[in-house]
Ligand binder design. Structure first.
Ligand code: NAP
Length: 436
């Protein structure tokens, strides 16, 4: 006899879709799932829409996989529905056999140094959705009227932010970057962008494909001090064999250092062993002072010396934490869980489960493992309520059909101007595009 279980997935990003896919893949003649995906925004795809850099279109092709998952008859999208506002967790847990939280980590970690609140000091958690057209971030104040910007952090988000500021905006004209950000970047006076890492090159979290792209920038010279890379390589070698990923990273950084410069007006400089100490300025950012660090054995220590870079924009890209959700236990910026299980019918996947690490594909294996646990925990299906019955009558739901209209309209608008899509950034307009 076949049993059908109803699952609510909250959050329509990569972790949510890969959970739906793993549920679909674990179906059999005896086991069926009906999946409702609930999303706060009128648009799905999470970080694939509002996180992945516009000049990295290949990474976004995973959206085709998401649409295939959504085309299954047992899948329904409920966009424009917010957990905690339109529907409570208790209602979902009551109505569904299983509830899966896939809401990511949207809040930027703070540096916690003086001057962080000055105008011109912003978090990548605001800057990235601003240039990607997230409806809640169109108003972000990004002062681009000075010549120099500093990005803090040695991860791929820092690199994305720095690249977007450092490249010629002409290179973004044919991308799906948000129209307001494209105009602002065309007006930008920034010509020099610095990335500052607090530890050595051997400790950086950049990944090598992203590093290898840097010397290919057409209108920007990228600088790394070759001595720093050689010193980092020597330190890594002194500790024994260098593991594959680290070697690949150090080689990619050496290739950047060796790459001839073309004398472009625009530059992107990577610095190591600079720990942010204070953002200076009176009413707006005028510079940032760093403590100069050094590596001593296994430790990175302060030399007591400082270095200041004059700049008008500081972007901190130092990681994220999850926003608290009513009724969901939190622990260190994540949802408190054991291998993805939160309580008897509540689970968590993706960044909300494990913290902000890994690339989009990491969510696939992560979701598959949690779904294995979900399947092993299943009891008899309960007589569930439809989500439609617990939503306020006034709610304008973006169904898969409406999203397909929005998606098609954005692609058509983009085609007309030589872009993969022209993103709509207003919630009202997105809702009206959904009506067709
Ligand atoms: P990340 O890779 O964890 O990097 C965070 C960086 O912030 C680290 O270098 C860390 O340095 C630094 N940091 C933390 N606290 C700091 C502080 N107080 N002062 C100075 N620096 C500080 O995180 P992410 O860049 O946000 O990326 C998140 C995940 O998304 C990563 O797995 C990343 O690979 C992925 N991602 C991938 C792509 C892509 O594939 N193209 C693009 C974007 C993001 P320490 O190491 O010293 O702590």
């Amino acid at each position: 006899m076949s049993a059908t279980y109803k699952v609510a997935i909250v959050g329509a990003g990569p972790a949510g879709y890969f959970t739906a896919q793993a549920l679909q893949n674990s179906q059999s003649d005896e086991l069926k799932f009906e999946i409702d995906m609930i999303e706060r925004l009128p648009t799905p795809w999470g970080l694939v829409r509002s996180g992945v850099a516009p000049d990295h279109p290949k990474i976004k092709t995973v959206a085709k996989v998401f649409e295939k998952i959504a085309s299954d008859p047992g899948f329904r999208l409920f966009g424009n529905i917010e957990l905690g506002k339109d529907v409570t967790l208790a209602e979902l847990k009551d109505a569904y056999d299983v509830v899966v939280i896939a809401t990511g980590s949207a809040l930027g970690r703070k540096l916690g140094i003086p001057g962080e609140e000055l105008r011109g000091s912003i978090s990548a958690a605001d800057f990235v959705p601003w240039y990607n057209g997230h409806p809640d971030f169109t108003h972000i104040d990004v002062p681009l009227d000075g010549g120099v910007a500093v990005v803090i952090g040695a991860g791929n988000v820092a690199m994305d932010c720095a690249r977007i500021l450092a490249i010629d905006p002409l290179e973004l004209d044919t991308t799906d970057v948000a129209p307001h950000a494209l105009s602002a970047l065309h007006e930008s006076k920034i010509r020099k962008v610095h990335i500052a890492a607090r530890r050595g090159a051997e400790h950086a979290s950049f990944t090598s494909p992203e590093l290898r792209d840097l010397p290919k920038l057409e209108h920007t010279d990228v600088h790394i001090n070759a001595d720093e890379i050689q010193a980092a390589t020597a330190r890594a070698l002194a500790k024994g064999d260098i593991e594959k990923d680290l070697k690949s990273n150090l080689d990619a950084m050496q290739a950047i250092a060796d790459h001839p410069h073309s004398g472009h007006e625009r530059s992107l400089d990577l610095h190591f062993l600079l720990a942010p100490k204070e953002i200076v300025g009176t009413d707006k950012v005028q510079g940032i002072t760093f403590s100069i660090n050094k590596v001593e054995g296994d430790k990175v220590v302060d030399t007591g010396e400082t270095h200041t870079i004059s700049c008008s924009l500081v972007i901190s890209a130092i990681g994220y934490h999850a926003a608290p959700l009513a009724g969901v236990p939190a622990d260190m910026g994540k949802v408190k869980n054991v291998d993805g299980r939160v309580d008897e019918n509540l689970y968590v996947v993706g960044w909300a489960k494990r913290g902000p690490s890994g690339v989009i594909g990491t969510n696939k294996s992560d979701a598959a493992a949690v779904v294995e646990l979900i399947v092993s925990d299943l009891k008899s299906p309960k007589k569930s309520t439809n989500i439609d019955e617990i939503l306020p009558i006034t709610n304008e739901v973006i169904t898969q059909e409406k999203w397909s209209r929005i998606n098609a309209a954005e692609i058509a608008a983009g085609e007309a101007v030589g872009k993969p899509r022209l993103k709509e950034v207003s919630r009202e307009k997105l809702l009206s595009l959904g009506e067709g």
